[in-house]
Design a protein around this ligand. Sequence first.
Ligand code: ZN
Length: 244
Amino acid sequence: MIEDLLAANQAWSEAKQKKDPDFFLRLAAQQSPEYLWIGCSDSRVPANDIVGRDPGEMFVHRNVANLCTPSDMNFLSVVQYAVEVLKVRRILVVGHYGCGGVLASLGEPKNGLVDHWLGPVRALAVEYKDELDAIADAHARHDRLVELNVLRQADLLNANPIIVNARKGGHAIGIHGWVYSLKNGLVTDLHAPVPPGATDPGPSPRKVAMDATGAAAPRPQPVLTTPIATPILAKTKGLFGRST
Ligand SMILES: [Zn+2]
């Protein structure tokens, strides 16, 4: 029931404000995430939850099989905004074992449009055919292609002109290849190769501040003083002549 979702939303909002009265005012005022997460659309891989981050701490892009396809305008727009405007310091490419998109790439194309989207993974499976064929267990073969796919996407990111030019301009960006396990909720770092000349951005400034003071880092003050009380959309006409 859709009403259940709205009721859950109300409860979530109330719980957040009870714990931290300025939470939403602060978020509405600005976002300054340190991380860009590029993950799979799979409903079992919730980006913020996995690494214990609140809203506002991570910019997120998701698509089937966590691809960084250089011709994908959605992906490129997200990366450019994250790097050039938000100035993120680290990009996490996160695949997951048991990925249905990767598994589909190992079989006959029979899923419609998504088979076109998964073309790069299918090509990767062909490129690494010998290594994959040598793995007798089907699950292990699938898992290995998940890892190869993450490493390939990290390589593509490292070669992406947005990243290359940002690094040339002195913006240190760490690019990390991770795989998430649906079975135990843990992430494995694949230690994606770092291109020559790329420097690590170092520890998070927020963590440094917390370590120095022994307390939470200072948070930006909210600039909104009056919450918007009236839902604006409720008073507008929808496209089909009814109230939205
Ligand atoms: Zn997946």
